[in-house]
Design a protein around this ligand. Sequence first.
Ligand code: IPE
Ligand code: IPE
Ligand code: MG
Length: 271
Amino acid sequence: MKLSDTDIKEIEMVKAKGNIPEHIAIIMDGNGRWAKKRNLPRVAGHHQGVESVRQIVETCVNLGVKILTLYTFSTENWKRPKEEVSTLMRLMVKSLKDETDELHKNKIKLIAIGDLNSLPNIVREELTQAMGKTCNNDKMILNLALSYSGRWELVEAIKNISKQVLENKLNPNEINEEIISKNLLTAGMKDPDLLIRTSGEFRISNFLLWQLAYTEIFISDVFWPDFRCANLLEAVKNYQKRERRFGLVSEQLSNNSNSVNDVNIHSKQAV
Ligand code: IPE
Ligand code: IPE
Ligand code: MG
């Protein structure tokens, strides 16, 4: 589905206000409940959810968002019924096949974070192709969290760091936040400015545990398959009104207080 003229106008209005989050992360939740409400099988919700992904990617590109991270499949989701997991994997392959050209046309770079080795070969192959094709694009990064969990990512980072210590490449006293960030799969990416969770659930569900330290959170009641341009804009408009204090007091912030560059004392990494 292409964005309507009304959507485009609305995007321009939000953009004109400035202070667009550079990195948006989304927990796309509520596919099963969307289907249940319609007496459809859960997988119908997953299928419909692909349409939302399309529209949200398009909206973010038009808004000038630099990184969009989508929680697509968690480590814990492997424990779902076998048929649901295999449908999700097939859907992943189909979506990559169908959408890669469009992503490329829009200069979007596709990357993925997670335990990619645990994915079926067919998904890995399709993903590798899509990532290869789009690797030089620079308009926006579409980052898929696939077979991902925040705790798993931290365990992997700790293993990496320990190895460097054992090999005498790193002194334990030198370990700091920057080194930990660099050993995560999101190395080099700015931490998310805005986290959106759909379907009215108020939890993180093992997503980006380290990176969300100072992220603004927006919970939408809308189920993911119904989440469209207007819903994303509602979240961004809400974000634009917030004051990000990063532990400081209001008076310490400059007029440009929502600019992360001014006050982000955590991440000094380039996007
Ligand atoms: C999100 O929707 C999609 C995935 C986790 C893969 P759900 O499938 O969790 O839908 P609900 O939460 O059961 O409604
Ligand atoms: C989080 O949704 C994972 C994804 C959206 C991929 P879940 O539906 O798995 O989370 P819980 O089980 O409700 O916490
Ligand atoms: Mg869910």
